[in-house]
Design a protein around this ligand. Structure first.
Ligand code: ZN
Length: 134
């Protein structure tokens, strides 16, 4: 597999508007997009930094995955995403290596990326996403 760079860091927040102020007002980054991913019950704000971005994740429902994450662990870094050249090939390779996956097949994520998650039991507790974008 070919990992190109860190695509984004996903940060779980209770409120994008409030949490975004640090990144915009203090760090001087810009929110370049806001998107709702309905099946994940999440609003996502994108703040690009060169080849990478910060993604702020805010739950749209009290029972969404991000709300449950915050309930258990509090706000903070929720996942790290690596950009790969070919996600289907990467998933095949991970399966061959016996790596447990949350997503057996790539699915459509925020920003039109093809994404899949690796099981955090394989990564010492880090939720790792792999993604492919055009
Ligand atoms: Zn992500």
């Amino acid at each position: 597999m070919k990992v190109k760079h860190i695509d984004h860091i996903g940060i779980a927040v209770k409120n994008i508007k409030q949490a975004g102020k640090f990144y915009t007002d203090i760090l001087g980054l810009k929110i370049q997009g806001l998107e709702t991913v309905a099946d994940q019950k999440v609003n996502v704000a994108f703040l690009p930094i060169t080849d990478s971005e910060i993604e702020l994740l805010e739950s749209t429902e009290p029972d969404g995955p991000i709300a449950r994450y915050i309930g258990k662990k509090g706000e903070g870094i929720q996942h790290v995403a690596f950009r790969v050249e070919d996600i289907d090939e990467t998933l095949t390779e991970l399966k061959e290596k016996g790596v447990r996956l949350i997503d057996q097949k790539a699915r459509l994520g925020a920003g039109g990326a093809k994404i899949a998650f690796i099981h955090p039991k394989e990564t010492n507790g880090v939720l790792v996403e792999i993604c492919e974008r055009d």
